[in-house]
Design a protein around this ligand. Structure first.
Ligand SMILES: [Zn+2]
Length: 319
């Protein structure tokens, strides 16, 4: 039997665990909502539960795995396994030894990496980026994250490369969740889009977004709610999605002007849901800003889907 590795993608809304074979195939999986209360200890406990369930789904136990990789938000230190400033997670402003805690709970070696970077590498190794040597991963979801592979190798800079969500697409523009102004994420991040929709709705603009949210019993405007609103030709939803696509096209094209990679891989909750549907307007927006317009980069939707983050995390474990 091929050696199995574990992968956990720690997201702001869900924890996705997968058991992955040496060939990159998923042998088992499980998903849990990310705790919204408590603190890092509670999040770590939910992660351990998800991984144990995924192992059971694959017919094994966590202690039998070759190792477990974790794709984490915030500042994830690969050497120490400590995660700091994971601001989308409950009471995680400080530092927490996530790797150590999970090793204790699961009885296997644990490696921690950056969530977006591991998802980018998964697409590069096994997914939509397989045929390319250099690519930019853009993960359009709660925020807008990015990852880079240049000349076949991950590029982390000094640890913080790839933050395409905080490239400035409009000087002095909308306020970003990071506290600065005019970032791409201020226009395209799901969280920022929801805040904008709420504010405009409060001022009397008509929209069914929040009615749909209640009807489907969602705590927030999920990518599925945005899709339903678009299907109903909700004007505010259409306007805000169009605004997001303009910002994405501007930010991505600016990044391409700098690094000229072969491909852009579009992932994340919104990216996967809307990638194909919005491909034409997105590439059109990019075209307005590409300095070398004659050979635009290939733009592909991430093909590993929701499991890409967990599969990418499993790649952190040496085979
Ligand atoms: Zn920002």
């Amino acid at each position: 039997m091929a050696e199995l590795r574990g992968g956990i993608d720690l997201g702001g809304t869900k924890i996705q665990a997968a058991i992955v074979g040496a060939d990159g195939k998923v042998a088992g999986e499980a998903r849990h909502p990310t705790p919204t209360e408590g603190g890092p200890e509670d999040v770590a406990a939910a992660m351990a539960t998800a991984l144990r369930e995924a192992a059971a789904d694959a017919g094994t136990e966590s202690g039998e795995l070759a190792g477990i990789g974790v794709g984490s938000p915030g500042d994830a230190d690969e050497k120490t396994g400590v995660v700091s400033s994971a601001l989308n997670l409950p009471k995680w402003e400080g530092s927490f030894p996530l790797g150590e805690k999970l090793e204790e709970a699961l009885g296997a070696e644990v490696k921690i990496g950056n969530d977006v970077q591991v998802a980018t590498e998964a697409e590069f190794e096994l997914g939509a980026g397989r045929e390319f040597e250099s690519l930019l991963g853009v993960f359009w979801g709660t925020g807008v994250g990015g990852g880079l592979v240049l000349g076949g190798k991950p590029w982390l800079g000094r640890g913080a490369a790839g933050e395409i969500g905080h490239m400035v697409v409009k000087r002095g523009g909308a306020e970003c969740p990071c506290g600065r102004r005019g970032c791409l994420e201020a226009y395209a991040g799901r969280k920022a889009m929801e805040a904008e929709a709420r504010e405009r709705h409060g001022k009397g603009e008509k929209t069914d977004l929040f009615k749909l949210m209640e009807k489907h019993e969602k705590p927030r405007l999920t990518s599925g709610i945005w899709e339903r609103a678009l299907d109903h030709e909700d004007e505010l939803a259409e306007e805000l999605i169009e605004r997001a696509v303009e910002a994405l096209g501007t930010g991505i094209a600016s990044a391409i002007n700098l690094i000229d990679v072969e491909a852009v891989i579009l992932g994340g909750g919104l990216g996967i849901r809307f990638g194909e549907r919005l491909m034409d307007p997105l590439t059109k927006e990019m075209g307005k800003h590409l300095f070398v317009n004659e050979r635009p980069p290939a733009v592909r939707v991430a093909s590993l889907g929701d499991l890409g983050g967990a599969i990418g995390a499993s790649l952190l474990v040496a085979s």
